[in-house]
Design a protein around this ligand. Structure first.
Ligand SMILES: Cc1ncc(COP(=O)(O)O)c(C=O)c1O
Length: 393
């Protein structure tokens, strides 16, 4: 089938909940994807930060395929060595104690919310100590509860009633954060860098205040690292930049290298909150997904890989900053947003696609989340396309 036939077939059978571009990706290698008509494109988006090792990394594909040939699913009535090894390795690398396995970022955040609320109830026996403070412009997922947690009015439509118990505070506004704390609050949930909200990095003082207030009022700290985690910022976790240890950390996107996984990592007493029957997910801890995840963990546990990643990220950033019509660049590592002058990010995205480059947007910004394995040559090739578009549009 050619691209048009694929697109027509898909749209005839799939609900129209996304604004898609007319591109059918059928194969790929590293940073380059190939569409159904045989056109090769450089990918600065990696499936929204998910194909962390690029397209069809051979070690990753071999591990996934070998696991599929052994056993693909066992259910959560039983144990499996691949899932056990993955969990032990990930908690070890992140300095956390225990994790819950789910399949997506939203599911990881649902789990975090449940743990924070149950821990509050277990400790205080108070059915009103349930409020979770989240930030304006945050994004935490598409389930009814994670939409509720998302601090953007545009997401609080149609699906009423939304889950109560969330309060939104402007990012980096310390007085507003202090003011929001009352006896109903049990947790603060935040992204270190708001991804969908516009690649906005939290200030260190604000992060420090979250942790100081959490200590003072016995609140759970929940960092949503669904987008920032697993090397995306140049460190394993964005928390490493801010020198803090949240009670609960959620991960998804790049963790499986392109397979569906979401985990909720916990520390200390938060690791003991869920008891049999209080939470579950049929596919959670799927061995095929964990086999792919183990290859991601192996790469990220190599200090040389992370050191190279930081260097490449600095190169990527300075190349982006040097482009015409780029006013400023925000973000860390390979999670970067560019504020543009004289061109809308959505127009740039379409023009870049025409010329063979995939990029993303976040609010008014151009957003880049390339694979962590991107080469200097591919950075240059992508930047060349951006330059051409920015000069001519
Ligand atoms: C920070 C953050 N949290 C949660 C989510 C939701 O993840 P998922 O789409 O895997 O449910 C996203 C997705 O963009 C995200 O960026």
């Amino acid at each position: 089938m050619n691209s048009k036939e694929i697109i027509d077939q898909y749209n005839s059978a799939v609900v129209q909940s996304y604004g898609r571009l007319d591109l059918a990706l059928e194969s790929g290698s590293g940073t380059r994807g190939t569409d159904a008509d045989g056109r090769t494109l450089i990918d600065f988006g990696s499936g929204i930060g998910t194909n962390s090792l690029g397209y069809a990394d051979s070690e990753w594909a071999d591990a996934v395929s070998a696991q599929a040939h052994r056993v693909q699913h066992v259910s959560n009535y039983y144990y499996n060595s691949t899932a056990a090894e993955f969990a032990r390795k990930l908690t070890g690398m992140t300095g956390t104690d225990k994790l819950f396995f789910g399949n997506s970022g939203a599911e990881a955040n649902e789990c975090a919310i449940k743990i924070a609320r149950k821990r509050s109830f277990d400790r205080y026996g108070d059915r009103n100590r349930t409020t979770i403070i989240t930030l304006v412009n945050s994004f935490h997922g598409r389930t009814v509860t994670t939409l509720s947690a998302t601090g953007q009015e545009q997401f609080h439509n149609y699906f009423f009633p939304f889950t109560p118990g969330f309060k939104y505070v402007e990012a980096n506004n310390i007085p507003a954060l202090r003011e929001a704390i009352d006896p109903t609050v049990c947790a603060v949930m935040f992204e270190f860098i708001q991804g969908e909200g516009g690649v906005n990095v939290l200030e260190q003082d604000f992060v420090d205040e979250i942790f100081a207030l959490a200590k003072q009022h016995d609140l759970a700290t929940i960092s949503d690292e669904v987008q920032t985690g697993m090397g995306r910022t140049g460190r394993l976790l964005a928390a490493d930049y801010f020198h803090v240890k949240p009670d609960i950390v959620t991960l998804a996107k790049g963790l499986g290298g392109g397979l569906p996984i979401g985990v909720c990592l916990t520390r200390g007493e938060y690791a003991e909150v869920l008891t049999p029957g209080t939470h579950g997910s049929t596919f959670g801890g799927n061995p095929v997904v964990c086999a792919g995840g183990l290859v991601v963990l192996k790469r990220l546990s190599d200090p040389a890989f992370l050191a190279e990643l930081e260097k490449k990220a600095a190169y990527f950033r300075s190349s982006l900053e040097a482009l015409p019509k780029v006013k400023s660049v925000t973000g860390l590592g390979l999670m970067l947003g560019a504020e543009l002058d004289g061109i809308a990010a959505s127009d740039l995205l379409k023009a870049a696609l025409e010329k063979g480059l995939l990029v993303l947007t976040a609010k008014t910004k151009l957003r880049c989340l390339p694979p962590l394995t991107i080469s200097y040559e591919q950075i240059d090739a992508g930047m060349e396309i951006l330059k051409e578009v920015l000069e001519n549009e």
